[in-house]
Write a protein that binds this ligand. Structure first.
Ligand SMILES: NC(=O)c1ccc[n+]([C@@H]2O[C@H](COP(=O)([O-])OP(=O)(O)OC[C@H]3O[C@@H](n4cnc5c(N)ncnc54)[C@H](OP(=O)(O)O)[C@@H]3O)[C@@H](O)[C@H]2O)c1
Length: 321
């Protein structure tokens, strides 16, 4: 089978399109024929050589300190089951699924996945390309639920125009919140079109100094310093970041202990029930994928280059028809 592998950290050129042996599923695994997979900022970060924080250093101990242990990237995908292991009960050959692989591997023609991963049937009204990135919506849902989003609250989403953010805007609206979306100028019109009530271009001055406060600040990109995020919170406000910086743990704890405000971060933990919840929202036409562009599997390096230009709106996928 064809797959994209990397053997050292570096620029997009380290990604190699190669012929490799087709994997064979173990007893509790399925073999999925990938039809589409998202190429995300997370994939680019995994590929890059820089260790930018203590958190990233600890992550590298897991991913491989000097060279990658996981050689094929891609966590969010849609595809069709080619075969199943002897102990798999919940899936059958021919099932058409989408979901998340915490062990990556989806930038390939086939991937073996544990039957315990968050996987579910493709929404009836989505193409493989639209369904592949929906797992990023699971990340959005995790953080909004952790922040205990409630109807009528005002939520600011920082980095709203990308993979996680475009689902977060729609989910916050679904939960009855008012949404202010922050991103670059070229994404603001799209953000309005998916429900953002107010939009802010983060490159136009420091919006945290405008005096506005929010019930929830969801910092998808982690670009708001402790001081700037605190300034955005109203009494009982909650700040949550998708970037789990260890250096923020103590200041966050201090705020939570000494005020009515809460500051949190963490890692997502995908659950199949949440994926089914998103599938139902999609089928009820309350959630959609913003698809920017599609690449071929052999062009994954080009997709990484494109992502790193910061131009994409929503999601980029590879398509394997
Ligand atoms: N904690 C977890 O479990 C978890 C899970 C999944 C992902 N993540 C992390 O979440 C992060 C975001 O992922 P993603 O897929 O949504 O990335 P993405 O698709 O690149 O979206 C990020 C968006 O933020 C914008 N942006 C960049 N700098 C900004 C700033 N200073 N202020 C406001 N907006 C800014 C980008 O636009 P421009 O480039 O045009 O500026 C882009 O539209 C990644 O670092 C990823 O590793 C964490």
């Amino acid at each position: 089978m064809k797959a994209v592998l990397f053997y050292k950290y570096g620029p997009p050129e380290v990604l190699q399109f190669k012929e490799v042996e087709k994997p064979v599923p173990k007893a509790k695994e399925i073999l999925l024929k990938i039809k589409a997979a998202a190429v995300t900022m997370g994939d680019c970060e995994m590929r890059r050589p820089e260790i930018t924080s203590l958190t990233w250093f600890l992550a590298r101990l897991y991913f491989g300190l000097r060279k990658p242990r996981i050689k094929t990237l891609g966590s969010y995908f849609a595809g069709e089951i080619e075969s199943v292991g002897s102990e798999v009960k919940s899936f059958n050959v021919g099932d058409v699924l989408f979901g998340i692989s915490p062990t990556f591997g989806a930038h390939a023609e086939f991937v073996c996945l544990s039957d315990a991963y968050a996987l579910t049937k493709l929404p009836s009204n989505m193409s493989f390309e639209e369904a592949a990135p929906v797992g990023l919506g699971l990340d959005s849902l995790h953080f909004l639920k952790k922040a205990k989003i409630k109807k009528g609250e005002h939520v600011l989403i920082n980095g709203a125009g990308g993979g996680i953010g475009t689902y977060a805007v729609q989910l916050a609206k679904h939960f009855g919140a008012k949404v202010t979306a922050v991103d670059s100028k070229n994404k603001l019109e799209m953000l309005r079109s998916i429900g953002a009530d107010m939009v802010i271009d983060y490159k136009e001055g420091d919006f945290t100094k405008k005096g506005m406060t929010y019930d929830i600040v969801f910092d998808v990109v982690g670009s708001l310093s402790h001081k700037r995020s605190l300034r955005l919170l109203n009494n009982k406000g909650r700040y949550i970041s998708a970037i789990p910086l260890i250096t923020r743990l103590l200041p966050n704890l201090w705020v939570s202990l000494t005020s009515n405000k809460k500051m949190m971060t963490g890692l997502t933990n995908p659950h199949i029930e949440d994926l089914d919840f998103l599938k139902n929202l999609i089928e009820d036409r309350q959630l959609k994928t913003i698809l920017d562009s599609t690449f071929d599997l052999q062009d994954v390096a080009d997709a990484h280059r494109y992502l790193e230009q910061g131009l994409k709106q929503g999601n980029v996928v590879i398509s394997l028809k």
